[in-house]
Design a protein around this ligand. Sequence first.
Ligand code: WTA
Length: 715
Amino acid sequence: MLAFLSSLPLSSKLSHSAFTPCSSNRSMTSAKPRSACTHPVPAVALASPYVPDLDTYTTLYERSITDPDSFWRDIAKSFVWKDNPGNESNEPVLNYSFTPGSAPGVNVSFLPNRKTNICYNAIDRWVEDPVKADAVAFYCEGNDPGRTRVVTFHELHDMVQRFANVLKNQLNVKKGDVVVLYMPMVPELPVAMLACARIGAIHSVVFGGYSAEALAGRILDSKAAVVVVTESVARASKTVKLKEISDHAIRIAAKSGHDVTYQIVTKTPGKLKVSPSAIEIPQDIEWDVALASADPVCPVEWVDSEHPLFVLYTSGSTGKPKGVVHATGGYMVYAATTFKYVFDYHENDVFFSTSDCGWITGHSYVTYGPLLNGATQVLYEGVPNYPTPARLWEIVEKYKVAQLYTAPTVIRALKGAKAPPPTETNPNPSSADWVNKCDRSSLRVLGSVGEPINPEAWLWYYDVVGEQKCAVVDTWWQTETGGHCLTPLPIPGLPIKPGCAMMPFFGIEPALVNGEGQELKGPAEGFLVIKNAWPSTLRTVYRNHKRMEETYFERFPGFYMTGDGARRDADGHYWLTGRVDDILNVSGHRIGTAEVESALVLHDAVAEAAVVGVPHDVKGEALYAYVSLMSGVEPTEELRKSIRACVRTEIGPFASPDTIQWAGALPKTRSGKIMRRILRKIAKNGPKTQRDDLGDTSTLTDPGVIDMLLSTYGK
Ligand code: WTA
């Protein structure tokens, strides 16, 4: 069932350059020439890897670029399509145009003449085998250790069919309607996603950390008539009352003229039922009650391969978040294929991703990629350091996890955790002891995602967590790409450079361009772009195709612009250098500075605000806000709190600025543009900021603003 590529012929073999191992260099920092240092992927952990050597990778990769149609058509054979078409060699496979404005404009399609259903591919085809039907799909691990639940493929099938019938028959959801899901990491969330897909409805998952205003904005943008919410959830020692937030969002939407017709409420995990007081607005229906009366059989709706599967809102550098839309067939094939190869997933492995389904990682590598491979996985509701920093490693030991996928911010937080108390046998404990006390011998692949991983964190992951026996795969990709684009594969012996996303996945042709859009060759640093389409390229921005063309294709026509910068070293390997636009990455959460600024200026006392990112040891980046107050307003601590509260209300707690500096004025050019470069430097270096470091300041309307900002730093 996992042999997507076994039938592919191997064509030409490429040689690859030599690397220098540097296992003794453990104190490397990013300032040193990092590309000189490599760590070979240990062969011990990978018994029968899908890609056994670099030559095989090169051959497959070359074929995916020179003959993408036959490459993807062969892979598509491993999936179920309506009336499973044979190998029609003249059938269109991957068609695209990356040229905005002109006809046909920007568009991408994958096997557009076919029909499929991703839910069928993720569940039904497995339950046809009675043994596989009883295999575990989810080991659910609650916030509190000891609260667990197991969901088999058969049970998943049952829940999904019933909920699909609830949507269709009780709530009148039709193919193409958007359903909003505002839930924590409980199995009902993937169930609801899959149920939408089963009937051709489009899910829009909203991360449970977003505020009522943010949720309302997403409900309004997609005109969703149905919201699915969980009553409340415990996160570490706090309780988040999701239902209250959602009720509020529904009221906000109603004030803007959009009525949500139904709200389905799932119970607080660990409780027997939804508390009666939570079923309070007329739209409310209890999940359990609705499911109990639903028909247990729901045939799948075969949809066009290009039928939209989901919309996921993500921050842009300007304006409101964009609803990124992915299409069914291409997303299915790409999410499944990347999951299989990047994690080297084999039957009976247990996979564990710590990502929330509110983000793209949870879509592609919790709900879809694993289930499309018939995988067993851990679904974890809680946070990585609760009740202790050993929690993730306890989960790894308990379920014998083979592949762990998490974010650099988590790795850094656990690496820097307070050591356990000393004991007689261990009088000088360190944070590594939280890890060492758990058996991690089942681990083979350690994945990282969401932000650049610094070499120190990479090495801790490799040395301490993986005991130098696991492949570390640093996967670079985006909401828009649907699946991994740049990443090393767990190829035995492949020398991996700590902190380097290394090489393209099959079908991806990365390139670097300069500011004029000219492609740079050889070792270079520039804007990272992708030259071709891959099956899960975003199809559009929901109801705003123009915005999709402007955002990703206008600046460098003919290329997909990622918004990231990258460096290519002499071996041809890619190092991500961070965003080149006004998007920040805080603890792996993508936040637009414009969004936070809009939230700040909603506060009555705020005249103007500018937000920049500053480096942060654990979060990667922290939010630093410069705020000018309305004249006559006194800056006080109370005011800071209430300004922060405004951001929490508008976006969510995770977007609240770490620092608010009172700024009498902001540095602006004569055309009124804020010079963020200056703000970034001052936020980072404070009074130590060197004038020379600020670059050209001659276009500032008021050069005195720099002294003012330096003198108010830290106040
Ligand atoms: C950043 C998350 C460096 C990058 C999957 C990208 C990374 C943005 C990496 C997308 C990585 C993600 N190395 N940077 N391995 N992975 N990023 O849409 O800036 O939430 O553009 O998707 O995260 O964030 P998004």
